[in-house]
Write a protein that binds this ligand. Structure first.
Ligand code: GLN
Length: 490
């Protein structure tokens, strides 16, 4: 049995039962990365030696735990005390973190094996992974297309079977949108569910770390390991992590599904629209009640998100001054020049654009007009969801308007790129848990591309959300094939 064909849970079970050795699993993955990743660009760095050592410890019985021996990939904005944490940026290209992110520490404490760091849009700002300073990742289903972003490397690696699962981060959609483009499960937990300690900060009131996996059960397994209180992150709530897996099959009683009328409209690609309709049918066949709900402030989500996120980013990225750590310009004559040259030389245009937008929105005289107003609209968006959740338990919606777009199609049009977040950013603004579940492949412009749906839950109702996602996944009964990687590669 080829270990790369197994889901995270099945591989974990096979290693625990002794039918597959952890060393063989790691070898199979490393060999596949070697063979396939040159053409995809999922990994920024592979930590083969470290992975080997850990796998050997698992096989020797000195490393145990609920994830013993399973290979996992990490988005390159998760700090690790080994290798580099470059965050897709020249600014952090040679940055070696002195500490490891809590979420990663928890995976390692559970026995998992970290394979390496995956490519991403610089500082997680983007929707296509084209904004990485180290070149793009391509979509395994069609190499002319983007994998989505900013966790594009993680999504493509899961889809191409270059890891058993991955971690990503989601500030306005960066787990769910690439999951949608690559045909994998992408789960953004409630704000505060998972510690952000060791996640390079983009927009601190929105950022969350979450799992990217081949199915819902694997996402539940990883969430149970990484979730829960962490004294290092004061925004991480004081609730213990739950055993999400054992609750997946429990009966949950009545299930009311709300479909927001603002999310199912003319602008969606027909394949996306059909996926949502079909999901509604399947869930009602499972006994769910479908209702239409109203989220009237939906369209204010993107402008609100881009004010809040850029304001927070302008503040968070002030730490990159060429003095403390990160890139330092060789050409500076004095201190001010050191600041400005280091930042000018190491940040890309997109990151500079965001810093400027955010600094403007926070500047005196404009603060009330932009940032403070955005916070008020954020409140209205949250209130929309609170009202909708009086009528339903889980919201069913598209994750994206269209399947994956072509490389280069939107790089010169920041507004078109920002509009990618129309169905995802509001869950971040409201702090809700949300998941993308793939449905299958649809014919788009002559190629087969993944489509799926998004499910959003109430704050801290991850159990209910995952349960619904699992119900839907089972009813759809569709397992996506391995993308056609060409020749012997697939
Ligand atoms: N696409 C969004 C942005 O560019 C979301 C990014 C994210 O979630 N990290 O900001």
């Amino acid at each position: 049995m080829d270990p790369t064909e197994l889901t995270l849970t099945d591989l974990r079970d096979a290693i625990a039962a002794g039918t597959i050795r952890a060393g063989d699993a790691i070898e199979a993955y490393l060999a596949r990365i070697e063979r396939v990743d040159g053409g995809l660009g999922c990994y920024r760095e592979v930590h083969a030696d470290r992975a080997w050592t850990r796998a050997r410890d698992v096989d020797a019985g000195t490393l145990t735990g609920p994830l013993a021996g399973v290979p996992i990939a990490l988005k390159d904005n998760l700090c690790t005390a080994w290798g580099y944490t470059a965050c897709g940026s020249r600014m952090l290209e040679h940055y070696q973190s002195p500490f490891t992110a809590t979420a990663v520490e928890r995976l390692e404490a559970a026995g998992a094996v970290m394979l390496g760091k995956t490519n991403m849009d610089e500082f997680a700002m983007g929707s296509s992974t084209e904004a990485s300073a180290f070149g793009p990742t391509v979509n395994p289903w069609d190499r002319e297309r983007v994998p989505g972003g900013s966790s594009g490397g993680s999504a493509a690696a899961v889809a191409a079977r270059l890891c058993a699962a991955a971690l990503g981060s989601d500030t306005g959609g960066s787990i769910r949108q690439p999951a949608a483009y690559c045909g994998v499960v992408g789960f953004k937990p409630s704000y505060g569910r998972v510690s952000r300690w060791g996640l390079v900060a983009f927009a601190s009131s929105l950022d969350q770390i979450g799992p990217m996996t081949r199915n819902v059960a694997d996402a539940a397994l990883l969430l149970g390991i990484i979730a829960g209180r962490d004294p290092q992150d004061s925004t991480c709530v004081d609730r213990p992590g739950e055993d999400y897996v054992s609750q997946l099959d429990q009966p949950m009683g009545e299930l009311r599904i709300g479909v927001p009328r603002q999310y199912v409209r003319g602008g969606n690609h027909t394949a996306v629209q059909q996926a949502v309709e079909r999901a509604g049918e399947l869930l009602s066949e499972q006994g769910a009640q479908l209702t239409e709900v109203d989220l009237p402030h939906t369209d204010y989500g993107v402008p609100t998100y881009y004010l809040v996120a850029t304001s927070e980013a302008s503040s968070n990225l002030a730490r990159y001054d060429g003095v403390h750590y990160g890139y330092r310009s060789e050409k500076a004559g004095d201190l001010l020049e050191l600041y400005s040259r280091s930042r000018a030389e190491a940040f890309s245009d997109e990151v500079k654009r965001r810093i400027m937008l955010g600094t403007f929105a926070l500047s005196s005289g404009y603060y009330d007009q932009y940032y403070a107003r955005a916070l008020k609209v954020r409140r209205l968006i949250r209130r929309d969801f609170d009202r909708a959740f009086e009528q339903c338990d889980v919201i069913l919606a598209p994750t994206v308007t269209d399947p994956a777009f072509r490389l280069g199609e939107k790089v010169d049009d920041p507004l078109a790129m920002y509009l990618n977040d129309v169905y995802t950013a509001n869950a971040n603004l409201a702090g809700l848990p949300a998941i993308h579940v793939p449905t299958g492949l649809a014919e788009c412009d002559g190629v087969k591309l993944p489509v799926g749906v998004q499910l959003m839950g109430q704050v801290f109702q991850e159990v209910r959300l995952l349960h619904t996602a699992m119900l839907y996944e089972k009813a759809a009964g569709q397992e996506l094939p391995v993308p056609p990687l060409g020749g012997t590669d697939s």
